[in-house]
Write a protein that binds this ligand. Structure first.
Ligand code: KG4
Ligand code: ZN
Length: 319
């Protein structure tokens, strides 16, 4: 990165092929592959950016939340480079990284903002009053949205990676033909495990009758329930149209960011734009910046990281 906004190179080695035969991420294999791939990826990143190690001012590495083996490899390589190149190293919160991905998309985007961070392990509604400060307003009581998509995809026989496969299948289905309940908790909390069970029972009831079209309809219904439930809570945090009209001309427009792997979902992107409409300015990173990537971690590192320590903490929250 050049500063906190300009990406010079953002290289990714996808592990999709490595994990496919197991139907999900195998933590041990993931960590080993990080170790094998990182040195080459670093060379490639420097080459593509056209910079030398001596040009670098700051190194940033994810300290959590995440898979401990992968985090350890990253932190180890980061600490090694910091020593070898005599550069400072900062530890970055993975979830902050997702929010900063939105800033790479929109150069004038600044806090305060409202964020919906939806990934494989999190579904969090947060307020970001200023750089480096986050207040959780709501989160999931059980499964995260991405985890729900991955499990539903497995039930539908779609294999790994589940979220994108379910997204594709849902495009050929009709949610109205196999309606599923929309999870609805009071306040700003999410819950997706009941919906998952509803899908399981529906598939069991359909038995042999669950053909390709029924599965596509179920994928569409499942997707609709997750998306509408996510957006219902976001909606509660937005000003009404009347409030927006009254405030017109006075003060800055509310900034809303939707990010994390699930923000790549087709229906979510369309419905989010409709729900937010002119009540706030909505920023969703492009698909390649929604799912995990290095640029978002570098951007968050530029704006202060989590603190100056790169100590691994796999279960880190927003602090
Ligand atoms: O943020 P991310 O890349 O990794 C984590 O930090 O977890 O998010 C990955 C999650 C997975 O659960 C994946 O199935 C989901 O994002 N995902 C999607 C789509 N693309 C990725 N879910 C629904 N529709 C998609 N198009
Ligand atoms: Zn992530």
């Amino acid at each position: 990165m050049d500063g906190g906004r300009r990406v010079l190179s953002n290289v990714i080695h996808s592990q999709v092929e490595l994990h496919r035969e197991f139907g999900g991420v195998v933590p041990e294999l993931a960590a080993r592959d990080h170790l094998e791939r990182l040195p080459h990826l670093l060379d490639l990143a420097l080459e593509k950016a056209g910079v030398q190690p001596s040009d670098i001012d700051l190194l940033a590495v994810t300290r959590g939340p995440g898979l401990v083996g992968c985090l350890l490899v990253g932190a180890g390589v980061g600490a090694g480079l910091a020593t070898a190149w005599a550069k400072p190293l900062t530890g970055v919160n993975h979830l902050w990284g997702h929010i900063y991905a939105a800033m790479l998309t929109r150069p004038d985007l600044e806090p305060p903002l409202l964020g919906l961070v939806i990934s494989g392990a999190h579904s969090d509604l947060v307020r970001m009053p200023e750089h480096g400060r986050f207040e959780v307003m709501g989160r999931t009581r059980d499964d995260a949205a991405g985890e729900a998509f991955d499990k539903a995809a497995r039930m539908l026989g779609l294999g790994y990676p589940g979220g994108p496969a379910l997204d594709r299948l849902a495009r050929t289905g009709d949610a109205r033909r196999q309606p599923l309940p929309k999870p609805s908790l009071p306040g700003l909390e999410f819950s997706f495990s009941g919906l998952k069970t509803a899908l399981l029972y529906r598939l069991r009831d359909l038995g042999e009758e669950a053909g390709e079209q029924e599965k596509a309809d179920l994928a569409a219904a499942f997707e609709r329930s997750v998306v509408e439930s996510l957006l219902e809570k976001l909606d509660k945090c937005l000003p009404t149209r009347g409030e927006v009209a009254r405030r017109a001309g006075g003060g800055k427009q509310l900034e809303v960011v939707i990010c994390g792997g699930v923000a790549a979902n087709t229906l979510l992107r369309r419905r989010a734009a409709e729900v937010v409409a002119d009540r706030a300015r909505l920023t969703m990173p492009p698909l390649e910046l929604c799912t995990d990537n290095a640029a978002m971690i570098a951007a968050a590192g530029f704006y202060g990281g989590t603190n100056q320590s790169a100590t691994v903490d796999p279960s880190l929250g927003w602090d």
